[in-house]
Design a protein around this ligand. Structure first.
Ligand SMILES: C[S@@+](CC[C@H](N)C(=O)[O-])C[C@H]1O[C@@H](n2cnc3c(N)ncnc32)[C@H](O)[C@@H]1O
Length: 363
């Protein structure tokens, strides 16, 4: 089950992830002052020889390049002779070719690894549900927009594609899985961090107003994803078993759920220093407000939406269909979403809603 999940949650490949997800970079940019405060909190002495950080669930690494660059610059300012290692980790089916290209500055972006002599990228295929580096080896851990992916799909959500539309019973099953997963994630980071080490996690959430990704007052993105699959069933394009499998193995936690293992005393030696929620506006919707270019808006928005869910939907289609047929259904599906936006763009978009948190391991 878990293996199959890992197979199905790859982001768009070939470096297109970072090109298609400008908003994810905006989210990391918004987190960067918090990251730099955490680095300052490490109190790195001027004679420090080594610094090690990890970016967990990094995809192709493009969206965090500037944040990592700012970290290395801050660390080198504190300790001019320091040598730094950046461990880029993602699940084994990630597009590691794109990651290596981007981290080494051979992709479409400028990389920090070309800018600094004393800093090196290393790549790991370890899930954040595992310990990824030896005990007490990390000064700093970072993860953005990744830890909503559960370790497995705990049940199907019958009448929706996401837990935000689950029944009370389904929600309870997803919530129990998410609670156990969050504790596992933190327990591994507790072992990996050095005493006094820090982590910044930027995770999708449901905020106090009940808002979440793609649901901030306009058209609900997840309801649209559900509605189009329901239409495909009604039109006989897919069958109801396939529809039932269209369940994204994700969970959007609340601030209370992020705080729960700390409040419950389940993580002795680790504390949640601060947590806040914030929205980052959909860059495609913002651009459309400015230039009224509907075609570009619809294509950009659908590109960013499909970059993180098409592999799950493709995996839910029946294996008896040819791969070509499965791909054709997927293309028709996102085209149907695009046409909806073209017909009436009002309220469409994918605003990001995240919890930004800093976690500290005791010295
Ligand atoms: C939306 S991307 C975020 C990428 C990047 N951190 C960003 O903010 O732009 C989510 C990433 O999480 C990764 N991911 C999902 N489950 C994971 C796991 N268990 N361990 C490590 N990475 C995981 C996916 O492979 C994907 O690359």
């Amino acid at each position: 089950m878990a293996k199959q999940q890992a197979d199905n949650i790859t982001m768009a490949s070939g470096g297109t992830y970072s090109l298609a997800t400008r908003g994810a970079k905006d989210v990391i940019d918004r987190a960067t002052p918090r990251v730099l405060k955490a680095i300052e909190g490490l109190g790195i002495p001027a004679d420090r020889a080594r610094f090690t950080m990890a970016d967990m669930g990094c995809a192709d690494g493009g969206t965090s390049l500037e944040m990592v660059s700012a970290v290395i610059e801050a660390v080198q300012r504190a300790a001019p002779g320091v040598q730094s290692t950046v461990v880029y980790a993602d699940q084994p089916h990630n597009d590691f070719n794109a990651l290596v290209q981007i981290a080494h500055g051979l992709g479409p972006f400028e990389s920090w690894s070309r800018r600094f002599d004393n800093a090196w990228p290393l790549v790991s295929g370890s899930s954040f549900y595992l310990q990824a580096v030896p005990d007490t080896s990390l000064d700093f851990a970072f993860s953005a927009t990744a830890m909503h992916w559960l370790s497995e799909k705990p049940c199907e959500i019958e009448s929706h594609v996401h837990m935000v539309g689950a029944s009370a019973e389904e929600h309870a099953v997803f919530s129990a899985r998410a609670e156990a997963d969050w504790l596992t994630i933190l327990q591994h980071r507790l072992r990996e961090l050095k005493p006094g080490g820090r982590a910044v996690f930027v995770n999708f959430c449901r905020d106090a107003a009940g808002h979440y990704l793609g649901n901030t007052g306009g058209v609900n993105m997840f309801d649209t994803l559900r509605d189009i699959w329901h239409e495909f069933v009604a039109d006989g394009v897919i069958n109801s078993e396939e529809l039932a499998r269209m369940t994204l193995p994700q969970y959007y936690r609340t601030v209370e759920e992020f705080a729960q293992p700390f409040d419950a005393g389940l993580l002795p030696g680790m504390r949640l220093e601060s947590i806040e929620t914030a929205q980052v506006v959909c860059p495609y919707a913002a651009q459309f407000q400015a230039d009224a270019d509907l075609e570009t808006f619809a294509s950009g928005l659908i590109g960013t939406i499909r970059s993180w869910n098409q592999s799950v939907f493709l995996g839910a289609l029946d294996g008896s269909r040819s791969l070509d047929e499965r791909h054709a259904i997927i293309e028709d599906y996102y085209e149907a979403y695009r046409v909806r936006v073209l017909d009436d763009p009002t309220g469409h978009g994918m605003d990001y809603v995240h919890a930004y948190m800093t976690v500290v391991k005791d010295s």
